[in-house]
Design a protein around this ligand. Structure first.
Ligand code: XMP
Length: 636
């Protein structure tokens, strides 16, 4: 029996904790340094740079097998114990100079393997088949005709609607492979070596546009990999508790709670693992929180009976450092550092001095990937919990992140299994940097731009359009973009016309990555409006807080809160002399990785927009009508 204890700055605060040795041997290090349970069925998804990678991992988890993402070049040694490998698609061509390549030894490891799109072509090339450059791209729906009787299509129809997105294609098969399916444009749409359990699909089985795709992935897991398919995120709670004990290694854990789902679930797990006396919760009020948030969180926390919540008012410090900063990545970096500084101060002050404390965070899986967590994924936005100083804590073994392997909806399931209240688990996600990244800043006066090409595309659908010289973050072609906003106005408000038009504009014109429709006023004379210099000020944040509260109240009142994933309100320094604009960003999503516009009823939206225009200095209200991709949920 190992006995762990801490010193006693708080006499009552640190009981001896006995950690049974039996907890330790069944934990092993996995790819990201987190701990996984030996024997748990796992599938490795090798990332060649596609955002589709998360869809694959999520689909596999939904099918009941734990999936984790590795860079495509990972050493096969690190995949020992995995029951199979999936090579994802990606934006590169196998003929490109710097195209992501797998480790050749992977193909000698004898593991069941499925290649998707680019991964399908990699398998063909590495195993002795050949790939040719396509003269044109095949993009969109195709009909797959199944050939032969492969286990991959076991129990499935002989014809499938499948989603294609490729230029290159496989022209000759590796030895021992057979064609398992073709389409009118693609002779080797599916191939396989049945005995070795190695398959390639030119189309994407992971997307909704391939309705039979789950069945194919399920057959691969069941027949080729021999998976029992019985993994459920909630089964992991007890393993996580053991991991936390092992990782804490006798140190106490300080958690910074945001009041959101992730940090609360992570904290509740830590309390279950170490006891409330060994875990401390601090809530940092950055000054960029929602209206009334601090009081609401204190109240909700005391009802949970999980220990004491300490509130640290750091608003002056955050605002002081952000004064005059305009660039979004700089804002995120500064906020990340300020969080760590507040934490350092707390740790080095008073009763924490000299103690061996570590930090706990509620980081979830997508946070590690979207910030460039695997080699092939470009940095889209640096999440505040993945800045340099946090990396240093990770290197020093002073950070625990119990949820770093989970997607948001899995975290909610875990929270339910821990008995946390539904109202807390259903809260909309709120980013750590808070309203600071929803309050857009600018350095100079600029008028709107007309773009004839965009104007004429919009005109054909019955709308007028102009471009704002204001940039926001997007994700186009798997990498980050920072491009202009298109505003549509006039015309009838009709989602059936607006949404396809938004997609068309961002597909055809790469200098814009986001489209918004005017809600109030409905038509704008852009010459009378301008972008003006603006920085983060307490007064602007206050306006944003009022607007954010009004939007939240409206969503709750209309029964729309549970039906939307989030509805950020973004403030733009664009208006008539001195005025501002608010943009509403209602989205639906499963995990925040992709998102669709939440089509809120038009009448309610117009009434809401008219009310918002009454708030001090607000000249207009826009509705963001862009999906993710191409536009991230937050604008910065
Ligand atoms: P994006 O804007 O990248 O957002 O499409 C996806 C989800 O992540 C949230 N988000 C953040 N959460 N720190 C956080 O804790 C951050 O820096 C951050 N940036 C975005 C966002 O609100 C959405 O739910």
């Amino acid at each position: 029996m190992a006995v762990l204890w801490g010193g006693g700055c708080k006499p009552e605060g640190w009981a001896k904790l006995e950690l049974s040795k039996q907890f330790v041997p069944d934990v092993v290090l996995n790819s990201f340094g987190a701990l996984g349970r030996r024997g748990m069925e796992r599938i490795a998804v090798l990332d060649s740079g596609g955002q589709y990678c998360h869809l694959i991992a999520r689909k596999i988890r939904e099918l009941g097998v734990y999936a984790e993402i590795f860079p495509v070049g990972v050493s096969p040694d690190r995949l020992r114990g995995h029951k199979g490998v999936i090579l994802s698609g990606g934006p590169a061509s196998v003929f490109g100079d710097a195209s992501p390549q797998p480790n050749p030894l992977l193909f000698e490891a004898g593991m069941p393997m499925l290649g998707i799109c680019y991964g399908h072509q990699l398998i063909a090339r590495y195993l002795g088949g050949s790939v040719e450059r396509g003269r044109t791209h095949e993009f969109g729906s195709a009909t797959l005709r199944v050939r032969g009787d492969s286990g991959l299509f076991d129990g499935l129809a002989r014809e499938h609607r499948v989603w294609m997105s490729h230029g290159d294609h496989v022209v000759s098969l590796p030895k021992g492979f057979e064609v398992l399916g073709d389409t009118s444009e693609c002779a080797v749409a599916a191939m396989g070596h049945e005995r070795q359990g190695v398959y390639g699909l030119q189309f994407h089985p992971e997307v909704v546009h391939t309705p039979g795709g789950s069945g194919m992935l399920g057959n691969f897991l069941r027949h080729a990999c021999g998976c029992a398919m019985d993994w459920r995120p909630t089964d992991r709670a007890e393993t996580l508790v053991r991991q936390i004990r092992a990782e804490a290694g006798g140190r106490r854990v300080l958690f910074f709670l945001s009041g959101g789902v992730d940090s609360t679930v992570a904290y509740a797990l830590a309390v279950r693992a170490l006891g409330a006396r060994n875990v401390e919760a601090v809530y940092v009020d950055t000054g960029f929180m929602r209206d009334g948030e601090t009081t609401a969180i204190e109240r909700a926390f005391s009802a949970l009976d999980l220990g004491r919540l300490r509130v640290e008012d750091a608003s002056d410090r955050f605002m002081g450092r952000l004064e005059g900063v305009v660039d979004p990545e700089r804002k995120r970096e500064i906020i990340g550092r300020a969080f760590v500084d507040v934490q350092d101060d707390i740790l080095s002050a008073g009763c924490y001095a000299g103690q061996d404390w570590i930090l706990g965070q509620g980081t979830i899986y997508p946070d590690t990937i979207e910030s460039g967590g695997t080699n092939a994924s470009d940095v889209i936005k640096t999440h505040h919990n993945r800045v340099d100083r946090i990396h240093k804590l990770i290197d020093e073994g002073r950070l625990i992140e119990p949820l770093s392997e989970f997607y948001k909806d899995e975290v909610r399931d875990l929270g339910r299994s821990l008995g946390l209240p539904a109202r807390l688990l259903e809260r909309h996600p709120f980013p750590g940097p808070g309203l600071a990244i929803r309050c857009i800043c600018a350095t100079r006066v600029e008028g709107p731009e007309t773009d004839e090409a965009i104007g004429s595309v919009a005109g054909r659908s019955g709308y007028s359009a102009f471009l704002l010289p204001l940039r926001s973050v997007g994700v186009q072609g798997d990498s980050r973009s920072y491009a202009r906003l298109t505003v549509l106005h006039g015309g009838e408000f009709d989602y059936g016309r607006l949404l396809p038009l938004s997609t068309r504009i961002t597909n055809e014109f790469r200098h814009t990555n986001r489209v918004a429709a005017a809600l109030s006023p409905r038509a704008i004379e852009p010459r009378d409006w301008a972008l003006k210099p603006a920085t983060l000020t307490a007064a602007r944040v206050r306006v944003l807080q009022r607007a954010d509260r009004a939007v939240r109240d409206y969503l709750r009142r209309e029964g729309l809160y549970e039906r939307t994933w989030q509805c950020p309100v973004v403030m733009l320094p664009w208006g008539r002399v001195g005025g501002e604009t608010l943009a509403l960003r209602p989205v639906t999503s499963v995990d925040g990785m992709t998102a669709a516009v939440a089509q809120l009823p038009a009448d309610g939206l117009f009434a809401l927009a008219d009310r918002l225009v009454g708030i001090d200095g607000v000249d207009s209200v826009l509705l963001d009508i862009s999906n993710k991709p191409p536009s991230t949920i937050e604008w910065e």
